[in-house]
Ligand binder design. Structure first.
Ligand SMILES: Nc1ncnc2c1ncn2[C@@H]1O[C@H](COP(=O)(O)OP(=O)(O)O)[C@@H](O)[C@H]1O
Ligand SMILES: Cc1cn([C@H]2C[C@H](O)[C@@H](COP(=O)(O)OP(=O)(O)O)O2)c(=O)[nH]c1=O
Length: 219
Protein backbone atom coordinates (compact mmCIF):
# COMPACT_ATOMS: atom_id res chain seq x y z
CA UNK A 1 0.00 0.00 0.00
CA UNK A 2 1.22 3.49 -0.82
CA UNK A 3 2.13 5.26 2.44
CA UNK A 4 1.54 8.93 1.66
CA UNK A 5 2.80 10.03 5.06
CA UNK A 6 6.42 9.60 3.89
CA UNK A 7 6.46 11.94 0.84
CA UNK A 8 9.25 14.52 1.08
CA UNK A 9 8.10 18.15 1.56
CA UNK A 10 4.74 17.00 2.85
CA UNK A 11 3.20 18.97 5.73
CA UNK A 12 2.24 17.40 9.03
CA UNK A 13 -1.14 16.22 10.25
CA UNK A 14 -2.07 16.91 13.89
CA UNK A 15 -5.34 15.82 15.48
CA UNK A 16 -7.05 16.72 18.75
CA UNK A 17 -9.15 14.04 20.38
CA UNK A 18 -11.19 13.41 23.51
CA UNK A 19 -14.77 13.17 24.72
CA UNK A 20 -17.33 15.97 24.77
CA UNK A 21 -16.40 19.06 26.78
CA UNK A 22 -12.72 18.27 27.35
CA UNK A 23 -11.61 21.50 25.62
CA UNK A 24 -10.72 20.48 22.06
CA UNK A 25 -12.31 23.51 20.39
CA UNK A 26 -10.87 25.83 23.05
CA UNK A 27 -7.33 24.56 22.47
CA UNK A 28 -7.35 24.12 18.70
CA UNK A 29 -6.56 27.80 18.18
CA UNK A 30 -3.72 27.57 20.68
CA UNK A 31 -2.13 24.72 18.70
CA UNK A 32 -2.57 26.63 15.42
CA UNK A 33 -0.96 29.76 16.88
CA UNK A 34 2.01 27.76 18.16
CA UNK A 35 2.65 26.47 14.64
CA UNK A 36 1.93 29.77 12.85
CA UNK A 37 4.54 31.48 15.07
CA UNK A 38 7.07 29.03 13.66
CA UNK A 39 6.33 30.17 10.14
CA UNK A 40 4.43 27.20 8.70
CA UNK A 41 1.14 27.46 6.81
CA UNK A 42 -1.57 26.15 9.13
CA UNK A 43 -4.94 24.75 8.03
CA UNK A 44 -7.48 24.46 10.84
CA UNK A 45 -10.30 22.03 10.26
CA UNK A 46 -12.63 19.51 11.91
CA UNK A 47 -14.42 16.19 11.49
CA UNK A 48 -17.03 15.34 10.63
CA UNK A 49 -16.88 18.32 8.28
CA UNK A 50 -14.19 20.62 6.96
CA UNK A 51 -15.61 21.15 3.42
CA UNK A 52 -19.12 22.29 2.41
CA UNK A 53 -20.30 18.78 1.45
CA UNK A 54 -18.68 17.17 4.48
CA UNK A 55 -20.31 19.85 6.68
CA UNK A 56 -23.68 18.91 5.13
CA UNK A 57 -23.04 15.30 6.20
CA UNK A 58 -22.09 16.60 9.66
CA UNK A 59 -25.51 18.24 9.97
CA UNK A 60 -27.20 14.92 9.14
CA UNK A 61 -25.08 13.17 11.78
CA UNK A 62 -25.68 15.67 14.58
CA UNK A 63 -29.38 16.30 13.94
CA UNK A 64 -31.24 14.78 16.91
CA UNK A 65 -34.47 14.38 14.80
CA UNK A 66 -36.31 11.52 16.45
CA UNK A 67 -38.87 10.71 13.69
CA UNK A 68 -36.27 8.59 11.90
CA UNK A 69 -33.45 7.35 14.15
CA UNK A 70 -30.13 6.96 12.32
CA UNK A 71 -28.91 3.35 12.19
CA UNK A 72 -25.45 2.66 13.62
CA UNK A 73 -24.18 1.40 10.24
CA UNK A 74 -25.54 4.47 8.45
CA UNK A 75 -23.80 6.65 11.05
CA UNK A 76 -20.49 4.87 10.49
CA UNK A 77 -20.73 5.11 6.70
CA UNK A 78 -21.71 8.78 6.80
CA UNK A 79 -18.70 9.52 8.99
CA UNK A 80 -16.39 7.83 6.49
CA UNK A 81 -18.17 9.50 3.55
CA UNK A 82 -17.53 12.89 5.16
CA UNK A 83 -13.93 11.83 5.86
CA UNK A 84 -13.33 10.70 2.25
CA UNK A 85 -14.55 14.08 0.98
CA UNK A 86 -12.55 16.01 3.56
CA UNK A 87 -9.34 14.11 2.80
CA UNK A 88 -9.74 14.43 -0.97
CA UNK A 89 -10.72 18.10 -1.12
CA UNK A 90 -8.90 19.65 1.83
CA UNK A 91 -6.45 17.53 3.83
CA UNK A 92 -4.43 15.80 1.09
CA UNK A 93 -4.00 18.95 -1.04
CA UNK A 94 -2.93 20.94 2.04
CA UNK A 95 -0.38 18.33 3.13
CA UNK A 96 0.90 18.01 -0.44
CA UNK A 97 1.68 21.75 -0.64
CA UNK A 98 3.51 21.55 2.70
CA UNK A 99 0.82 22.99 4.99
CA UNK A 100 0.30 21.70 8.52
CA UNK A 101 -3.23 20.49 9.10
CA UNK A 102 -4.72 20.75 12.60
CA UNK A 103 -7.95 18.78 12.85
CA UNK A 104 -10.57 18.66 15.63
CA UNK A 105 -11.16 14.87 15.75
CA UNK A 106 -10.34 12.14 13.22
CA UNK A 107 -10.53 8.34 13.00
CA UNK A 108 -9.58 7.74 16.64
CA UNK A 109 -13.01 9.26 17.34
CA UNK A 110 -14.60 6.62 15.11
CA UNK A 111 -12.94 3.79 17.05
CA UNK A 112 -13.98 5.50 20.31
CA UNK A 113 -17.58 6.52 19.47
CA UNK A 114 -18.74 4.01 16.86
CA UNK A 115 -16.51 1.18 18.20
CA UNK A 116 -16.60 1.80 21.96
CA UNK A 117 -19.86 3.73 22.22
CA UNK A 118 -22.02 1.94 19.62
CA UNK A 119 -20.30 -1.44 19.79
CA UNK A 120 -19.42 -1.70 16.09
CA UNK A 121 -16.76 -4.27 15.32
CA UNK A 122 -13.22 -2.82 15.15
CA UNK A 123 -12.42 -4.80 12.01
CA UNK A 124 -15.26 -3.10 10.12
CA UNK A 125 -13.92 0.31 11.15
CA UNK A 126 -10.36 -0.70 10.26
CA UNK A 127 -11.51 -1.84 6.78
CA UNK A 128 -13.10 1.54 6.08
CA UNK A 129 -10.04 3.29 7.50
CA UNK A 130 -7.79 1.45 5.03
CA UNK A 131 -10.14 2.16 2.12
CA UNK A 132 -10.52 5.87 2.81
CA UNK A 133 -7.12 6.81 4.27
CA UNK A 134 -4.82 4.63 2.11
CA UNK A 135 -2.14 4.71 4.79
CA UNK A 136 -2.56 8.34 5.80
CA UNK A 137 -2.40 8.68 9.61
CA UNK A 138 -1.98 11.66 11.92
CA UNK A 139 1.64 12.44 12.77
CA UNK A 140 0.65 13.59 16.26
CA UNK A 141 -2.56 13.17 18.24
CA UNK A 142 -3.20 15.20 21.38
CA UNK A 143 -5.68 13.30 23.54
CA UNK A 144 -7.37 15.64 26.03
CA UNK A 145 -8.46 13.35 28.82
CA UNK A 146 -10.54 13.93 31.94
CA UNK A 147 -13.25 12.16 33.96
CA UNK A 148 -16.58 11.96 32.15
CA UNK A 149 -18.71 13.61 34.87
CA UNK A 150 -16.52 16.73 35.03
CA UNK A 151 -16.51 17.04 31.23
CA UNK A 152 -20.31 16.68 31.21
CA UNK A 153 -20.55 19.58 33.65
CA UNK A 154 -18.56 21.71 31.21
CA UNK A 155 -20.93 20.73 28.39
CA UNK A 156 -23.91 21.74 30.55
CA UNK A 157 -22.28 25.05 31.42
CA UNK A 158 -21.46 25.69 27.74
CA UNK A 159 -25.24 25.75 27.45
CA UNK A 160 -25.76 25.03 23.69
CA UNK A 161 -28.59 22.75 22.65
CA UNK A 162 -27.37 19.13 22.86
CA UNK A 163 -26.67 17.39 19.54
CA UNK A 164 -27.40 13.71 18.80
CA UNK A 165 -24.15 12.51 20.40
CA UNK A 166 -24.28 14.83 23.39
CA UNK A 167 -27.64 13.27 24.31
CA UNK A 168 -25.98 9.89 25.00
CA UNK A 169 -25.72 8.55 28.54
CA UNK A 170 -22.68 8.52 30.83
CA UNK A 171 -21.84 4.84 30.15
CA UNK A 172 -21.51 5.66 26.42
CA UNK A 173 -18.95 8.36 27.23
CA UNK A 174 -17.13 6.09 29.67
CA UNK A 175 -16.74 3.51 26.86
CA UNK A 176 -15.54 6.30 24.54
CA UNK A 177 -12.95 7.44 27.08
CA UNK A 178 -11.69 3.89 27.67
CA UNK A 179 -11.13 3.26 23.96
CA UNK A 180 -9.24 6.54 23.58
CA UNK A 181 -6.98 5.66 26.53
CA UNK A 182 -6.35 2.14 25.21
CA UNK A 183 -5.45 3.46 21.77
CA UNK A 184 -3.12 6.08 23.28
CA UNK A 185 -1.27 3.51 25.37
CA UNK A 186 -0.93 1.13 22.41
CA UNK A 187 0.48 3.86 20.09
CA UNK A 188 2.64 6.00 22.41
CA UNK A 189 4.79 7.27 19.50
CA UNK A 190 1.77 9.06 17.97
CA UNK A 191 -0.28 10.06 21.03
CA UNK A 192 0.30 12.57 23.80
CA UNK A 193 -2.18 12.44 26.68
CA UNK A 194 -2.97 15.83 28.20
CA UNK A 195 -4.70 16.08 31.59
CA UNK A 196 -7.67 18.21 30.54
CA UNK A 197 -9.13 18.55 34.06
CA UNK A 198 -6.50 21.17 34.93
CA UNK A 199 -7.01 24.92 34.60
CA UNK A 200 -6.92 26.18 31.01
CA UNK A 201 -3.55 27.78 31.71
CA UNK A 202 -2.07 24.47 32.88
CA UNK A 203 -3.64 22.56 29.98
CA UNK A 204 -2.05 25.01 27.54
CA UNK A 205 1.31 24.76 29.30
CA UNK A 206 1.15 20.98 28.91
CA UNK A 207 0.19 21.29 25.23
CA UNK A 208 2.98 23.79 24.61
CA UNK A 209 5.58 21.54 26.28
CA UNK A 210 4.45 18.63 24.18
CA UNK A 211 4.46 20.61 20.92
CA UNK A 212 7.87 22.08 21.69
CA UNK A 213 9.28 18.63 22.27
CA UNK A 214 7.68 17.29 19.11
CA UNK A 215 8.67 20.32 17.00
CA UNK A 216 12.28 19.81 18.12
CA UNK A 217 12.22 16.24 16.84
CA UNK A 218 10.55 17.30 13.61
CA UNK A 219 12.79 20.17 12.45
N1 LIG B 1 -9.28 23.78 31.21
C1 LIG B 1 -10.53 24.24 31.30
N2 LIG B 1 -11.05 24.56 32.48
C2 LIG B 1 -12.33 25.00 32.59
N3 LIG B 1 -13.19 25.15 31.55
C3 LIG B 1 -12.73 24.84 30.34
C4 LIG B 1 -11.39 24.37 30.13
N4 LIG B 1 -11.22 24.13 28.80
C5 LIG B 1 -12.40 24.44 28.21
N5 LIG B 1 -13.31 24.87 29.12
C6 LIG B 1 -14.72 25.26 28.87
O1 LIG B 1 -15.44 24.02 28.79
C7 LIG B 1 -16.42 24.08 27.76
C8 LIG B 1 -16.13 22.95 26.76
O2 LIG B 1 -14.97 23.26 26.04
P1 LIG B 1 -14.87 23.00 24.46
O3 LIG B 1 -13.55 23.53 23.99
O4 LIG B 1 -16.11 23.50 23.80
O5 LIG B 1 -14.81 21.39 24.47
P2 LIG B 1 -14.92 20.32 23.28
O6 LIG B 1 -14.63 21.04 21.99
O7 LIG B 1 -13.83 19.32 23.63
O8 LIG B 1 -16.28 19.73 23.38
C9 LIG B 1 -16.35 25.47 27.16
O9 LIG B 1 -17.35 26.27 27.75
C10 LIG B 1 -14.94 25.95 27.54
O10 LIG B 1 -14.91 27.35 27.70
C1 LIG C 1 -15.04 12.49 13.90
C2 LIG C 1 -16.13 11.78 14.66
C3 LIG C 1 -17.01 12.50 15.47
N1 LIG C 1 -17.99 11.84 16.13
C4 LIG C 1 -18.92 12.61 16.97
C5 LIG C 1 -18.35 13.04 18.27
C6 LIG C 1 -19.01 14.36 18.56
O1 LIG C 1 -20.07 14.14 19.45
C7 LIG C 1 -19.60 14.80 17.24
C8 LIG C 1 -19.19 16.16 16.78
O2 LIG C 1 -17.88 16.42 17.10
P1 LIG C 1 -17.43 17.75 17.88
O3 LIG C 1 -18.00 18.95 17.26
O4 LIG C 1 -15.93 17.69 17.95
O5 LIG C 1 -18.03 17.57 19.31
P2 LIG C 1 -17.83 18.41 20.64
O6 LIG C 1 -17.21 19.75 20.30
O7 LIG C 1 -19.21 18.50 21.20
O8 LIG C 1 -16.91 17.59 21.52
O9 LIG C 1 -19.26 13.80 16.29
C9 LIG C 1 -18.14 10.47 16.02
O10 LIG C 1 -19.05 9.89 16.64
N2 LIG C 1 -17.28 9.76 15.25
C10 LIG C 1 -16.27 10.36 14.55
O11 LIG C 1 -15.50 9.68 13.84
Amino acid sequence: MLDESRSPGRGRFITLEGGEGVGKSTNLGFVCEFLARRGVEVVRTREPGGTPRAEAIRRLLLDPAEEEPLSDDAELLLIFAARAQHLERLVRPALARGAWVVCDRFTDATFAYQGGGRGIDNDAIATLETLVQRGLQPDLTLLLDMPVEAAQRRVSERGNERDRFEQERADFFTAVRNVYLRRASSQPERFAIIDAAQSLEDVQQAIEACLQDWWGGMT
